[in-house]
Structures are given as structure tokens and as C-alpha cells.
Design a protein around this ligand. Sequence first.
Ligand SMILES: Nc1ncnc2c1ncn2[C@@H]1O[C@H](COP(=O)(O)OP(=O)(O)OP(=O)(O)O)[C@@H](O)[C@H]1O
Ligand SMILES: [Mg+2]
Length: 488
Amino acid sequence: MSSLYTTGPVRASDSQRTLSYDKESAFKYTTEGDVETDSEGSADHSQAACRAEETLEVEEVDESVKEDMKRLEDTFPGISDRFRLVNRIGEGTFSTVYKAEDLLYNHYRNDWDAFQEAQEDNWAAPPSKRRRLSAGDRQSMPTKRRQPRYVAVKKIYVTSSPLRIQNELELLHDLRGCKSVCPLITAFRHQDQVVAVLPYFPHSDFRIQYRTFLVADMRHYFRSLFTALVSVHKHNILHRDIKPTNFLYNPDLREGVLVDFGLAEREGSEYTGTCLCVNPSHVRRNRILGSYYSTNSTSVLANGYPKNDSRPSRRANRAGTRGFRAPEVLFKCTSQTTKIDMWSAGVILLTLLGRRFPFFNSADDVDAMIEMASIFGTQRMKAAAALHGQIFESNIPTIGDKGYNWEKLIKWASCVEDLTESEKQATRLLAGLMELDPSKRLSAREALEHEFFTKPKDHDVEWGGNPDESAGSGDEADEDEADEVAMV
Ligand SMILES: Nc1ncnc2c1ncn2[C@@H]1O[C@H](COP(=O)(O)OP(=O)(O)OP(=O)(O)O)[C@@H](O)[C@H]1O
Ligand SMILES: [Mg+2]
């Protein structure tokens, strides 16, 4: 018998519920102590039955998704005894996520269940995806039906390393009880398959929402995101993959939850040598001045790169998503901090203010640096690279020395003549988040203390632009050199 992951405060406590793996029965639970009984559960069912009868709906599911869910049920013994898979709601790089009804909800204490409110009155799922039960469907359904309780079942791909999976589950366990962080309910393993079970959190699709978000909406969104990040960072955990699909936002509740700790790590856990950026500026300056680059600048500045580069390659964690990686990640900083998440949050704000998604669209890290340089200019990029003992050079003629200020950039991106006072205020927050030097970048706590939250300007103007027009190719970029100014 091999033990499975059991997790802390969620559902029944460990003493009440132990999950164990057994060769014959695949997995079984033993419940002890003060657990809700079946009879209580049944009473609950009948009370909810009338309500459920009225509102009973089933989701329309593609045939291919049905097959996929069936495969999981067939290959993961016992899973269908506890969950009824309803639909596939996410397919990521490392996992597939399903919406599922928690069939044994009433058998456990459900301390995690702060989201039911969202599932019941306050949230209507998009109508196109749901249909009412036909008379035939109704007949085939059990007559007594409980108010369905939904969870998200995350099937982690077997290609993920066991260490990575363990890391994700452990960090989620450490973060239990943190506001705006999606808690882990429990997790199961069958052979090399692992599923994590999380509360299902109804959320809007960012790709649609971002076009119409008012600044007031952004305030709710970021208050919730920064609240999550304050907790995560207080635990010295870097999420590493802050992006819209990992922050599930519910506009009706004006709350979101942070998910996907698959790439998260504890600060300083990947020790590959201290980066130059942790030294005081005079030490950094001396090191750069004494470098081969400074003393042989003419030969280094020749175009191209050495055919046989004998220097040891620099290794640094670059986990994250294209377009959301902080500059220090691109510059292979070996002392990355929680500030990398603040940069990524800044990219989301830039997307919302600029009404362009994705805002950055680079093919690789070098491309990403070029995109940054087009905004910040070479001078600031060189300074940012030097912080980490790196050299930034570009001979691309369209990249100027000084870059653009944020207000100008947002006006250009969102095709407006002027920004409202509230947009200007949000832009000031943006400048604090998208600061190239991580030591000067706002922390989550500082961001929450920014005037954007503490003295909000309410001059919102509804976004009236045609979404198609807002998603321009970028060809219309104002390339007037005279407009190039130092960054705010
Ligand atoms: N608790 C939840 N409630 C509702 N939907 C969820 C939940 N957790 C995940 N999802 C959906 O599943 C998607 C993928 O989840 P997650 O990010 O955890 O997996 P992933 O494989 O790491 O994804 P990616 O590689 O795209 O980042 C999310 O973007 C979201 O749409
Ligand atoms: Mg994800």
C-alpha cells in the first residue's frame, strides 16, 4: 500500500479523513470522528430537490471531450464514485482541467467552500454553453437531486516530473487559507497519474473581458490579484506564471483567485550563484569597468557573436510564459525575487489599459528584449542588463535611445487622443510595476498602498471602441523621434 497525498485544512481534517492507496480497490477512504452522516446528506438532498428540479441544467459537451472524460474515468479507478465529470474547462501545457460535480460533498467538512455563493445566485454561466434538460433527459436523471457542488479536477500530465507535481501540491498546501488563492481540496494518485482537486471558481474569459474593462473594474481585479500576491510573497513563494489564465476573475463578485502553482518555487531554492544585482551599485560599477567588454569594447562591438564561445553558459530559471517574463528573467538573473510576479501583473495592466492582448508577442527571449527595448529605449535596457552583469547591444535602427513614456504608449495602443484622470492614475501604477530594476519595482503590498487604490479617481469613460479596431497590427505606431522622451 502506498500513501497518497492528503491535504490539510480543506474538506475533512486529516484525523477525519485519511486517503490511502490500495492495490485492489485503487483508493479508499477511511472516515473517523465527527463527519456529516449519510442521513444528513440525504435530508440536504430533498431540501434542495425542488430548487434543483427548477434549475436543472446540463452542459453541452463535445463528443471528443466526452471521450476524454471517459478515458480518465476508465483509467483512474474509483474517480467516478466521487466525481461526475461535467466538462473540460482547461487544457494547459502541464494539465487538463475538468469541471466536476463533487458527489460526496455532504460526507465531508468543506471549509474550502467559500465559492458556493458564486456558483449559486450571483453567477450565470454563458447561456450558449448550457441547455435546459429535455423531458427525456429529465427522465433519465435521478429524481432526488442535490444542489450540485462543483470542483475543478486537474489531471496533471504524466510527463510532469514527480518533483514538480509534489512541489505544486506542497506549495498549495502551504498557502491554504490565503485570500484570493485557490485552495487545494485534496489530491489522488493512481500509478503515475495524479489529479488535484480544487474548488470550481466560475470566471470570465479574459480574452473577451479585456476589451470592455473600465478602470474601476481594473481596480477590483488588481486589488484581488495583489491581495493574493501579498500572501504568496509573504510565504517567500514566487508564482512565476502570473498571466490572465492563471488568475480566474469573477466580475460579479469582483474577486478572483490565483491558480496554477505548477511553476512556482520558493525564493532562493534554485541556487546557481549570486547575481551581480544583489551587490551595491559601486561594486557593480567596478565589476563592469574591469570586464573584458569594457576594456576591449571595439572588438566586442563588432557585429555577430563568437563562433567558439569558450565562456561557461549562464544558467538561470526562465520558467514562465512568453510575453510575461520580467526583464531580469530574460537577463538570466540568478537571484530572482518575488518581484518577477509584479512585472507580470504589470503586463496584465498594460494589456487592459492598452486594450491589446497579447500585448507582447515575441517568439523567443531575444525577441522579447527587443520588444522591451522598443518601449524603454536602449539606454535603460543597457542599465537593466548591467545590473545582472550582462551587456545589451542593438543595432536595430527603429529602437531609439530613450524610449517612450507610458501615457503616450497607452494612448497609441488604445487609439485614444487623451487619457482620463483614472487612466492616468492607473498608468502611474503601471510605471511602478513595469520598472526594469526589480529593486525599484513595487511590491504587492506597496502596490495596494498606491493612490490607485487609496485615492481612486473615478473618471471612467465607457470604452466605446470597436474591438476589431482596437486589435490593430501595430503598423500605425507613431515613430516620430521627436516624441521620444524619458520614461516616467
Ligand atoms: N479552480 C478552478 N475553477 C475553474 N476553472 C479552473 C480552475 N482551475 C483551473 N481552471 C481552468 O483551467 C485552466 C488551466 O488550469 P491551470 O493553469 O491550473 O493548468 P495548466 O496546465 O498549468 O495551464 P497552463 O499551462 O495553460 O498555464 C485555467 O486557465 C482555468 O481556465
Ligand atoms: Mg495555467
